[in-house]
Write a protein that binds this ligand. Structure first.
Ligand code: ADE
Length: 263
């Protein structure tokens, strides 16, 4: 069981979201518990203030230290001190599938959702064990980042996904992007499903899918190829791609290429 405690000034953002989809499944299977702590419950004034202006001036508000320290003290008093105390911030290390895998193996984590401009640095110095960003863009707070993380963890917990869509076949699990998928009908909008997928030849299908994954990764995210585990056949296929299109690796969908279907 993974226990996730979210510390936020906007607890209602978590009400419907943790009650749907894979997060709900993980909770119902008792693989995941999500506790949402309202930081305003730990403020010390009638207005339930949790933020204040930054010293030295500047735009935006900063999360005050006291409510966060008090909330953490309350967790400790209940014997629920988390193993990791994670601050969600664009200043953190960019979250990856490998981080998701590692965190999913923990017993308990806390996710601190900063708001406005950020959090008082004494929170980071005294409590935080790790800072995570979900990407190079700025959200108005850490709540949606926390939900991204919770969703990515829920689906990795044992028994949450069925065997048919096991997380092992996901993009990134193997270090490569996933290839294209098709479902019924065999022909739609004048486009046919690649014949090999209808052939019933398992080995050919496996090879085709592997090549599609390699090709897509080569075109869109060549940076991932360095970390992917590959055999001689994979390397030979990449060499063939490079021969076919010299000087062409990288770019991506936005560059106007078409790397799927039709062939
Ligand atoms: N808070 C604001 N922007 C964020 C981001 N990109 N990742 C994580 N937390 C954030």
């Amino acid at each position: 069981m993974l226990e996730v405690t979210v510390l936020t000034a906007f607890p209602r953002l978590f009400v419907a979201t943790v009650d749907e989809g894979m997060i709900r499944v993980a909770r119902e299977k008792a693989r995941l518990a999500v506790h949402v702590v309202d930081l305003r419950d730990y403020s010390d004034d009638a207005h339930r203030t949790v933020d204040d202006y930054p010293y030295g001036g500047g735009a935006g508000m900063v999360l005050k230290p006291e409510p966060v320290y008090r909330a953490v003290e309350a967790l400790r008093a209940q014997g629920r001190a988390p193993e990791e105390f994670i601050h969600l911030t664009p200043q953190g290390r960019t979250y990856t599938q490998a981080d998701a895998q590692a965190l999913s193996e923990r017993g308990s984590i806390a996710l601190l959702c900063g708001r406005y401009k950020g959090v008082d640095e004494r929170i980071v110095e005294g409590l935080v064990t790790r800072e995570i960003s979900i990407g190079d863009y700025v959200l108005s707070g850490g709540e949606f980042a926390a939900l991204v993380i919770i969703d990515s963890l829920a689906r990795l917990l044992p028994g949450v996904l069925g065997t048919f869509d096991s997380a092992e076949s996901d993009s990134f699990a193997s270090g490569l992007l996933d290839g294209a998928y098709y479902t019924r009908p065999e022909e739609y909008a004048g486009r046919r499903v690649p014949a090999v997928l209808l052939s019933g030849h398992h080995e050919e299908i496996r090879r085709y899918r592997r090549r599609e994954a390699l090709e897509r990764t080569w075109r869109r995210r060549p940076d991932l190829l360095r970390g992917a585990s590959m055999d001689d056949e994979d390397r030979a296929y990449l060499a063939e791609l490079a021969r076919r299109e010299p000087g062409r690796s990288g770019g991506g969908k936005a560059a106007g290429d078409s790397d799927e279907g039709g062939s």
